[in-house]
Design a binder for this molecule. Structure first.
Ligand SMILES: Nc1ncnc2c1ncn2[C@@H]1O[C@H](COP(=O)(O)OP(=O)(O)OP(=O)(O)O)[C@@H](O)[C@H]1O
Length: 855
């Protein structure tokens, strides 16, 4: 979907990034076809507009529960949403009705507790957080309410968590439809316990998962009319046979081999087993133990689980005898015989293992050696016994090991089915499919071809379902659905399975024709499909071919296609083991029916698988499907690491993006009226102010915008292709204009505020300064006054002092002068007196003498 036309300056977008696949940014500038982007990590890049995707800047920080509700359904948006949720331990997210489960690689507290089961019981989907229990609950309720069988399809690449998810589904279904513990060995208990048994024999450590299921599985849980589990059946698909004899470092063979090597000593002695390092089928890799796994403990646990699923002690003994026999068989080596192209058991050690194999399989050692080293050739005249060279004998040995193991596995599945028991009167069932996801490696062989074929089939089923669901929503909303286009992959399926002329049919033909080999098979493909748009002949290829699958192109190497397609039990092996004295072993190799024995014993694995798939599809088509897409967040199998590229690849191949594409083909965006109004009401405020019904208001807004390509349902608006982006672009423009106006006002206000503040500052500064100056002046004046005062005082003091001094001097002077005057006067008077007296005395003689005596 090209959204570039709606990208404007200021748009929030996703831009491709080498490191993190996508990075968010904002458009700074647009020049022609190029946009200048400011990325969230601080860079500025120039990118073609067509390489940008719009981002919803208003999406909640904790992500969106259901990704179909995202405003922009594009790859980066989905990826970011999942990463955000994974970061807060929300491992489940819906994409419509599909549940995406991201492997946490750690147990999340209280995620699967009984109380959580209780919460999800009967809760409508969407009411609680997305959960695997919600899907199981919906399936169960749909089954009870509509009386229709349901199925849950769990897919994903190896290590994505399919098996764990399937176990959770089973537990929840057992919780809903189970029986009381007092009812003894219940069906659900047996179904749940069948897991460890199947895992011991069908799981192995691979580089991608320490406990990888090497087979596909469809578990049918049957229910009675009361919704109680009444029976179950397990169907398995395509066990990886080659692993029995060939493993690469650091992988392991099937767990059961290591469990048996870790069994209690008396049992190991019984089967003459020891260190796994001594067995060729185990020592091709250096990995023997798994961290956190105790094989000795698991051996006992597997036996206990076998007890529960109804495998008796003798059968258990026979099973482990066969497992031990395979290990011994792998240690038989061959040397070149005397006759040309002949071989014999190489040495004493190989002889010991041959004898042990024969003993454990309860067959004749010589017959075993012959079966390994010789072949019957039927000519028109006679039956000739032909010797095999050492390489041929080794191939024969490995072929026998693979056949025995796959028969043993099939027996186990059959036995589990018989002992759990099917309910012929069952009303309906819930099927859980745990199947390998799309695979594309450096080398892709027949296994990948079958796996990808399965995924194409499931993808078609998925597309049809998603398409149907879309249709149903349109019908519910009472709108025309003829616009929805159906994305179909029938052409790839025709290429693979068409009869005659499809790749499988041509492969079968090549397997039957005597002189055919992988090169002639490939040449035939090149010739027949040279114009097929889903088939590619790589340049210079002699035996490789590529198929354009829905999830991408896969290049297949056809080298081992013919061998791997032949499900051919060598008659010598068949005769040897059907004659075993052990009824269990003989039972694994029932004699061929008479008519088949005469005809060709070739049976095509590809065709059988195709038939199995057809049956599976028939079953699935008769059920209401639910999808769970498991996603592996990183390739290092560690918690809390979300690798964008790894997840993106899985979203593509898991069909999640296809589902999104189907959605996009019609009217991908569905919004309830109120959601639409709250987001786009800003485009027509007058409509919001008017007293309209929500539906009418939505219509008015769309009318005002003059847009085409929308439908109005009963509760939702359906928007076609880019309409959401167009509306958002208009909204962004409106927001930008509004923002500019707001900005203008804010700037004016800020500037005014600044001016006033500055002015106030100046006045303050001035008054402060004036204050300082006035204070200084005042101080000067005060000092002046003080000085004057001091001067005055001093002067006064001095004047007073002078005055006092002068006065005192004056007084002293006066006093002196007065005293002097007085004395002068006195003296004058005395002289006067004396003169008088003299006069008197002279005049009054006696009187003066008398006066003088009185004094
Ligand atoms: N929901 C979960 N919670 C905790 N750990 C999980 C969960 N799902 C998966 N795992 C972890 O991831 C590992 C791989 O999961 P699982 O075996 O289910 O993958 P798978 O998709 O079935 O792989 P394969 O196709 O190889 O069998 C598990 O062993 C477990 O450790």
């Amino acid at each position: 979907m090209d959204q570039s036309a709606n990208i404007v300056v200021g748009s929030h977008i996703w831009v491709g990034d080498l490191e993190s696949v996508w990075i968010d940014g904002v458009v700074l500038n647009i020049t022609g076809e190029d946009a200048e982007i400011q990325t969230s990590d601080g860079r500025q890049v120039v990118v073609k507009l067509s390489n940008l995707y719009l981002r919803d800047a208003e999406a909640p920080a904790t992500g969106i529960d259901d990704m179909t509700r995202m405003s922009y359904l594009n790859e980066p948006g989905l990826l970011h949403n999942l990463a955000t949720r994974y970061g807060i331990n929300e491992i489940y997210t819906y994409t419509g009705n599909i549940l995406i489960a991201i492997n946490p690689f750690q147990s999340i507290e209280k995620l699967y507790d009984a109380c959580v089961m209780e919460q999800y019981k009967g809760a409508p989907i969407g009411e609680l957080k997305p959960h695997v229990f919600a899907i199981a609950d919906v399936a169960y309720r749909a089954m009870i309410n509509y009386g229709k069988s349901n199925s849950i399809l769990v897919s994903g690449e190896s290590g994505a968590g399919k098996t764990e998810t399937t176990k959770m589904l089973m537990c929840y279904l057992a919780f809903l439809g189970g029986h009381a513990a007092s009812e003894g060995r219940t069906v659900e208990q047996q179904v749940l316990e069948s897991n460890p048994v199947l895992e011991a024999f069908g799981n192995a450590k691979t580089v991608r998962n320490n406990n990888s299921s090497r087979f596909g599985k469809f578990v049918e849980i049957q229910f009675d009319k009361n919704g109680r589990i009444s029976g179950a059946a397990i169907r398995t698909y395509l066990l990886e046979r080659s692993r029995v004899c060939q493993i690469s470092d650091p992988e392991r063979n099937y767990h059961c081999f290591y469990l048996l090597c870790a069994a209690p000593p008396q049992e190991r002695e019984k089967y003459k087993l020891g260190n796994p390092k001594s067995f060729h089928y185990l020592n091709q890799s250096n990995c023997y133990e798994l961290t956190g796994v105790n094989d000795a403990h698991d051996y006992l646990a597997t036996k206990r689980a076998m007890d529960i699923v109804g495998i008796c002690e003798q059968e258990q003994d026979a099973i482990f005898r066969v497992v031990a026999a395979i290990l011994h068989l792998g240690n038989i080596d061959f040397a070149k015989g005397e006759e040309s192209d002949s071989s014999f058991v190489k040495d004493e050690e190989s002889k010991f293992h041959l004898d042990m194999t024969a003993e454990l399989l309860m067959c004749d050692p010589q017959a075993l050696e012959d079966a390994l080293c010789k072949r019957m050739m039927i000519t028109p005249e006679d039956v000739i016994k032909k010797s095999l060279d050492p390489l041929g004998a080794t191939v024969s040995r490995d072929g026998l090991a693979k056949t025995i193991y796959s028969r043993l596995f099939d027996w186990l599945v059959g036995k589990i089915n018989v002992s759990i028991g099917q309910d012929p009167g069952s009303e309906y069932l819930i099927g859980v499919l745990d199947i390998y996801g799309f695979e594309s490696f450096k080398n892709n062989s027949f296994e990948q071809f079958c796996i990808n074929y399965t995924n194409e089939k499931l993808q078609q089923h998925f597309n049809q379902h998603v398409f149907k669901m879309e249709q149903e929503e349109y019908v519910r909303e009472e709108i025309d659905w003829s616009y929805i286009e159906f994305v179909d992959n029938q052409d790839v399926l025709d290429l693979i399975e068409k009869k005659p002329g499809g790749i499988i049919a041509l492969l079968d033909e090549a397997c039957i024709l005597p002189k055919s080999n992988h090169e002639s098979f490939a040449q035939k493909l090149y010739q027949i499909f040279k114009n097929h748009k889903r088939f590619i002949k790589p340049k210079l290829a002699r035996s490789e071919f590529a198929i354009v699958h829905y999830a991408g192109d896969v290049l297949y190497q056809s080298e081992h296609f013919l061998d791997k397609n032949k499900d051919y039990v060598v008659p010598e092996h068949q005769d040897l083991l059907s004659a075993s004295k052990c009824s269990f072993v003989a039972g694994l190799f029932p004699p061929f029916p008479e008519d088949m024995a005469k005809s060709s014993k070739f049976s095509s694995i590809g065709s059988r698988f195709k038939l199995q798939l057809q049956q599976l599809m028939e079953t699935l088509n008769s059920t209401e499907p639910h999808y769970i897409r498991c996603v592996k967040p990183n390739t290092v199998l560690q918690p809390a690491i979300f690798e964008n590229a790894t997840v993106m690849q899985q979203l593509r191949s898991g069909g999640v993006l296809e589902a999104v594409r189907i959605k996009c083909a019609g009217y991908p965006t569905h919004r309830t009226f109120s959601e639409f109004l709250s987001r786009f009401g800003v485009l027509a405020p007058e409509v919001l102010e008017g007293d309209y019904e929500e539906k009418v208001a939505c219509g008015k807004i769309l009318e005002k915008m003059g847009l085409k390509g929308y439908l109005i349902g009963t509760s939702k608006i359906f928007l076609r292709g880019n309409l959401m982006a167009e509306l958002d672009a208009k909204r962004t423009k409106r927001h930008t204009t509004a923002a500019l106006a707001i900005l203008k006002h804010i700037r004016t206000r800020i500037d005014r505020k600044k001016y006033i503040a500055k002015k106030r500052g100046c006045v303050l500064l001035q008054s402060y300064w004036r204050g300082i100056r006035a204070r200084e002046l005042y101080e000067i004046k005060r000092r002046e006054a003080a000085a004057i005062k001091i001067q005055k005082t001093i002067r006064g003091y001095l004047a007073r002092k002078l005055h006092v001094k002068t006065r005192i001097s004056t007084v002293v002077l006066q006093a002196g002068i007065r005293a002097m005057i007085a004395r002068c006067e006195y003296r004058h008077r005395r002289r006067q007196v004396k003169a008088a007296i003299v006069i008197q005395s002279s005049h009054m003689g006696v009187g003066i003498d008398a006066l003088q005596s009185i004094r």
